[in-house]
Design a protein around this ligand. Structure first.
Ligand code: ZN
Length: 123
């Protein structure tokens, strides 16, 4: 498989990044691409940045890290990415990422740069 980076377009999916969130977007891309380089496999973004309206329309929690451009959900139908994350919590820490406990995300993986109480957190 071809090595590739997670792009800004994959996080924004045609939406504008509000200028006050540009720093968050850059930080998110840096952290995710560090992680992806270690994972060594493609990571497909299901959902990245969400405007407050978009977030509400997909049933996201108000105050979700997606609204601040600090989170992305990745396709994970087999659970292999979730397993990799759980087996490599130190890598998450090294990359500056927090993982929503996969018990709460079936079929996808939520990673965020917004700090949570625990590296693997319960939403
Ligand atoms: Zn999410």
């Amino acid at each position: 498989m071809v090595e590739r980076v997670i792009s800004r377009d994959e996080i924004l999916k045609g939406q504008e990044c509000p200028s006050n969130l540009e720093g968050n977007l850059q930080g998110l891309l840096l952290a995710l691409n560090r992680f992806r380089a270690a994972y060594g496999k493609p990571m497909i973004v299901n959902s990245g940045y969400r405007s407050p309206e978009h977030n509400a329309s997909v049933g996201g929690r108000p105050g979700s890290a997606h609204v601040l451009c600090q989170a992305a959900d990745f396709r994970d139908p087999t659970g292999s990415l979730a397993s990799f994350c759980l087996e490599n919590v130190q890598l998450l820490e090294h990359c500056g990422l927090w993982l929503e406990s996969p018990s709460y995300t079936k079929g996808w993986v939520h990673l965020q740069t917004r700090p949570a109480l625990h590296r693997v957190f319960i939403p």
